[in-house]
Design a protein around this ligand. Structure first.
Ligand code: SAM
Length: 227
């Protein structure tokens, strides 16, 4: 899978993309992530990427020309152009899974007051928000998308950290988990997990996942008659 990310702040990506699972996925060739500076798609002396909004109002808007030029240079028939915006539908595990099935994502990161509306109208296939709050720019949000999508690519995470049982992947939150020691500061690991009975362990895990979901995120169980 390939990502082309358009941003005014390429250095923000250096940390998230160069550690742990993302780093290994890149080195293994599972994913190619290219980060582009939108100022490289300007043609004036001062490399201007923003301008005042028509009609007044505070702040500056990202100009359409550099974004159009960058996207049109990178776009292929199989590309999906994604705009990071707090106004978009939220990133969910299901959306991350859908993105993981696409060969090429071009991600546009906004800054200032956002981007000229014509970018949204003419270039963008999908808009994505990472939550109901406003960040200073889209780079951190795009890094979240890249992380959530990359870990779903086959081979990105080992069996020791399977994505199959993850929260949301099953439609539920994952239940509590324990590692050694069996007792720590008087707190014991539930007996069933030490029993070696795989059937009982699986049943317990399922019950715990449902109970935790019911307590913390009953909305995930809406529509289920077992609630
Ligand atoms: N004025 C815009 C509005 O009210 O919708 C917010 C602009 S925000 C300060 C600048 C940029 O940060 C946005 O264009 C977007 O790319 C990014 N951004 C901010 N919050 C975000 C969020 N929750 N999810 C995704 N991107 C976000």
């Amino acid at each position: 899978m390939e990502f082309d990310i358009l941003t005014l702040f390429p250095r923000i990506f250096a940390g998230p993309l160069d550690e742990s699972i993302l780093k290994r996925a890149r080195e293994a060739g599972l994913v190619q992530i290219r980060v582009h500076n939108l100022r490289d798609f300007t043609h004036d002396k001062h490399r201007v990427v923003d301008d005042k909004p028509y009609g007044g109002g505070p702040g500056m808007l990202m100009k359409p020309e550099p974004i159009f030029e960058a996207v049109e240079k990178m776009q292929r028939p199989d590309s999906c152009v994604v705009l990071m915006t707090p106004q978009g539908p939220p990133l969910t595990q299901a959306r991350a899974q859908a993105f993981a099935g696409k060969p090429h994502l071009i991600i546009i990161c906004g800054h200032y007051e956002g981007v000229d509306e014509r970018v949204r109208e003419a270039l963008v296939d999908e808009e994505v928000s990472i939550g109901d709050y406003v960040l200073t720019n889209g780079a951190l949000a795009a890094a979240v998308v890249v992380d959530a999508v990359t870990r779903l690519l086959p081979g990105a995470i080992g069996h020791e950290q399977s994505a199959v049982d993850d929260s949301f992947a099953t439609g539920l939150l994952e239940g509590p988990q324990y590692t050694r020691p069996p007792e720590f500061r008087g707190m014991k690991v539930p007996d069933v997990l030490l029993s070696g009975n795989h059937g009982e362990v699986a049943k317990w895990n399922k019950e715990q996942a449902r109970q935790r979901t019911r307590q913390r995120r009953p909305d995930l169980l809406e529509g289920e008659d077992k609630l």
